[in-house]
Design a protein around this ligand. Structure first.
Ligand code: SAH
Length: 241
């Protein structure tokens, strides 16, 4: 499948203005990742997308579109990494980053760690819930950037993730077309959690055939988060800030 994969990869990354990331090494790594994902998917639910035609735009280009927004050498946490998004694409495209993949499901974290290992990527991993890890000194306010894709609505994500962000760092969440509404809804929680300047970016993700709207929300961390946050998940969900 390699040649066909390469053609598709080049086409979709080019369409999305991601030419800087097209080279032999990234093509090989993404091709190997695709093989492993499709193979593992037979025995474990890693992704709903099962063909390179879907995987390249909706997983790889989608994640590559945020790669340029991350400061050099940043310490990054991916909250709710699931099958490795955005962790694995970021590890391929930005080897300067130190990435910790976090998920509450242990077998997903194990899959991501093993996959990174097989591909020769440097990724740290941790099985646990973000709101519980936030109570540990190794995690609380220790990351320059926390990313999260497809985990929860923004007001909930702010409480799960902002406690992990260093003062001066930022939270970056990857959203679909609904990001604008979530952005409005989450403004109240930003200030309660030590967040400051919050921005919404809208752009288009080009697929092999068609396009979709994407949004990214960034929240700067301005002051330390009060110790009473994050609350236990039941409370966060029942009574979001
Ligand atoms: N980011 C991946 C997976 C999204 S699915 C992607 O975009 O494809 C959401 C994932 O978040 C699941 O794997 C789930 O186990 C994890 N998750 C949900 N709540 C969490 C929490 N509070 N802390 C850590 N992981 C969480």
């Amino acid at each position: 499948m390699t040649n066909q994969f390469e053609t598709l990869f080049r086409e979709i990354f080019h369409k999305n203005g991601l030419d800087a990331y097209i080279n032999e090494k990234t093509i090989r790594l993404f091709s190997d990742l695709t093989d492993r994902m499709i193979e593992t998917n037979r025995v474990m639910n890693i992704t709903a997308l099962t063909t390179p035609e879907k995987i390249i735009p909706l997983h790889y280009a989608d994640c590559a579109l945020i790669a340029g927004r991350i400061p050099e050498n940043a310490r990054v946490a991916d909250v709710g990494c699931g099958g490795g998004f955005p962790t694995l694409p970021l590890a391929i495209l930005r080897p300067d980053l130190t990435i910790t993949a976090i998920d509450s499901t242990e077998k997903k974290v194990r899959y991501v760690a093993e996959t990174a290992n097989i591909l020769g990527l440097s990724v740290r991993s941790c099985a646990g819930r973000a709101e519980e890890l936030a109570g540990q000194p190794d995690f609380r306010e220790k990351f320059d950037l926390v990313v999260s894709r497809a985990v929860a609505r923004q007001n909930i994500l702010n409480e799960l993730c902002l406690p992990l962000v260093k003062v001066g760092g930022q939270l970056l969440t990857m959203k679909g077309a609904g990001g604008e509404e979530e952005y409005q809804e989450a403004m109240n929680s930003v200030h309660l959690l030590g967040g400051g300047e919050t921005r919404l970016y809208s752009y288009t993700l080009y697929l092999s055939d068609g396009e979709e709207k994407r949004t990214v929300i960034t929240v700067k961390k301005e002051t330390p988060t009060e110790a009473k946050y994050p609350r236990p998940f039941g409370k966060i969900k029942k009574n979001p800030l």
